[in-house]
Design a protein around this ligand. Structure first.
Ligand code: UDP
Length: 297
């Protein structure tokens, strides 16, 4: 966005974020960081666009950065936080984008997932602080669109990876790369037959930017993700190979409510935004592995 000429104010309470991830932006005259919890009121003027991406997003129960470790903060970031940021957008007449999630579909009974699918979510399960608050955030965004005229749109983001991912937050790509580079066993949950479709981060960012800049997306929801689907075991084998690692693959218990299949239908993004993922899986993984290699142990 800064490259497009925008001035950016970045709000984060650092519950799962890292200042190191914005080190390259700090000191830039068009970038400002404010340590702030979006669930608290915020006063900012001259805002043209609000991107609400603030929420823990890792389901790993062993990570201190996951939404499982911070269920109340997660539920509030996506409910109260969405309310505060919608009010901010309304006061400024700004565009608003709510970062929802493929988790809104739960363990999907429809495959691939289209935006018209209403989902199969456990409302009191261990993931519900995330899934249900994202679903509420979608509903609140639509309420502000319908009754307050806020230019709100919703993106359902599918699994995304790339440089500046967090090896400690337990998500599948950084977890497997970290293990493979350290010569530790790659921990596949269950028998590894569950599927995911991985989108490289620059493709996702391109989609978010197009979404905000396309007026026809107001009051609408669009999937963003890469439809190339693989099993988790395939990801483990590929990452081990690309890392040149001799690590073993071990099988552990499946996480509660771990979706068995996930792949976005992106026909709507293609039609509305002219968007397609462009970075092939192997290229994206190689770039991510290279970045991980450059990080301090
Ligand atoms: N997974 C795994 N081993 C790990 C981390 C994740 O087998 O060390 C599996 C996890 O059980 C899930 C998939 O990889 O089926 C994606 O998990 P992730 O935490 O990245 O995100 P999710 O899609 O579940 O939100």
């Amino acid at each position: 966005m800064i490259a497009e000429g925008a001035e950016v104010v970045c709000l984060d309470n650092l519950i799962s974020g890292e200042l190191a991830h914005i080190a390259h932006l700090r000191g830039h005259p068009k970038f400002q960081f404010v340590e702030h919890d979006v669930a608290s009121p915020i006063q900012l003027d001259g805002v043209d666009a609000v991107f609400h991406l603030a929420s823990p997003a890792s389901p790993n129960p062993d990570s201190q950065k996951s939404y499982i470790a911070h269920p109340v903060e997660t539920a509030l970031a996506n409910s109260q936080g969405t309310h505060e940021l919608l009010k901010l957008a309304e006061r400024n007449g700004a565009g608003f984008l709510f970062a929802s999630t493929s988790e809104a579909y739960g363990d999907p009974l429809e495959h691939p997932q289209r935006e018209t699918y209403w989902g199969n979510v456990n409302p009191i399960g261990i993931r519900s602080c995330y899934d249900e608050s994202k679903r509420f955030g979608e509903a609140l965004s639509m309420a502000f669109f319908r009754s307050h005229g806020v230019k709100a749109r919703i993106v359902r983001i599918f699994n995304t990876y790339g440089p500046r991912c967090d090896v400690l937050d337990g998500r599948v790509v950084p977890a497997f790369i970290g293990q493979a580079l350290a010569g530790l066993p790659l921990t596949v949950h269950g028998d590894g037959s569950q599927t995911r479709s991985l989108c490289y981060v620059s493709d996702l960012v391109d989609g978010l930017w197009r979404m905000m800049n396309e007026p026809r997306t107001c009051g609408d929801v669009v999937n963003l993700g890469n439809p190339e689907e693989h099993t988790v075991l395939e990801f483990a084998e590929l990452i081990r190979k690309l890392c040149g690692s001799e690590s073993r693959i071990v099988f552990e218990g499946l996480r509660a409510d771990d979706p068995t299949r996930r792949r976005p239908d992106i026909a709507k993004a293609q039609a509305l935004l002219g968007w397609n993922p462009t970075v092939p899986l192997i290229d994206g993984l190689e770039r991510t592995i290279q970045w991980c290699r450059e990080q301090p142990a």
